[in-house]
Design a protein around this ligand. Sequence first.
Ligand code: MN
Length: 331
Amino acid sequence: MRRIATEEAWSFPEHMAAILALTKSNFDDLDLRLPRRSGVPGSPLYNGLTDTDGERLRIMDADDVSMHLLSLTSPGVQMFDADTACEIATLANDRLAAAIARHHTRYAGLGAFAPQDPKRAVKEMERAINTLKLNGFILNSHTNGEYLDNPKYWPILECAEALDRAIYIHPRCPSRDMAKPYGDYGMYTALWAFQAEVSVHAMRMILSGLFERFPKLKIVIGHMGESIPYNIWRCDYIYGVHKGWGDVPGNLKPSEVFKRNFWITTSGVEHTPALKYCIEVLGADRIMWAIDYPYQVSPPAVAWMNSAEISDADRELIFHGNAEQIFHIAP
Ligand code: MN
């Protein structure tokens, strides 16, 4: 069976160096804690992220993983000033296209862009798809505490919809406005903050009504839906209350938008009850498999999906069929 892993992180030395340079400053942005620890050249994480020709392919071969859909590791370019962000996004996309060209049966990739400059972001998005033939886009959640419901980012949404390419909203640490209660006990990472941050992002987009303006926009979120599937019934119920109070602009229920415009991946969540629940609530055609390499290890993610108690038809969709369709990967 073909296995396409859809949330696999990569980076390159210039990107890692630019992040590492930010860590030399003394502000305690939560996003700088992890690279301060493990983003230095020579660390296992640095090596795992920056390798596309060696160990990564050997690990894929050992587990029969057919393909990694690569995305620039969090927080991508979103901590940089606009000029640096645009430059590094362009370089990232060139390097990614080169890695795919070297191993075209093993890699596909999501294009980076700099939301700090929406006009240049749109140009880079068009280049990423039309010239570099990448498969969609990666966004590492908030940009300076702002989310895609802000109208200044709508040209980015318009562009993604026109190109029919999904935007994968990957977590990063909470913004400075949201940071304080996540600062202790390791909560600033995927331990808890990541799903809180991305679910806030997704719900802002859903409740703003922007999907009525961009009805064909495709958004992908990881980690079994960042808790949204589990809460969607109550979201609909309370949405009705707020609709009565006149403080939500959208006319579609949260579940209607979520089931129409969102796809989820299993990245980092190798838990069969959660998978079965999401198949029941969303349908197997909305779910894609992912490992979250190199942050999580490959063998258990593969073994879990190989043997999860679901139908083989659903397994085919989740392992590769949906990814081929959503990310325009040749079957
Ligand atoms: Mn990830």
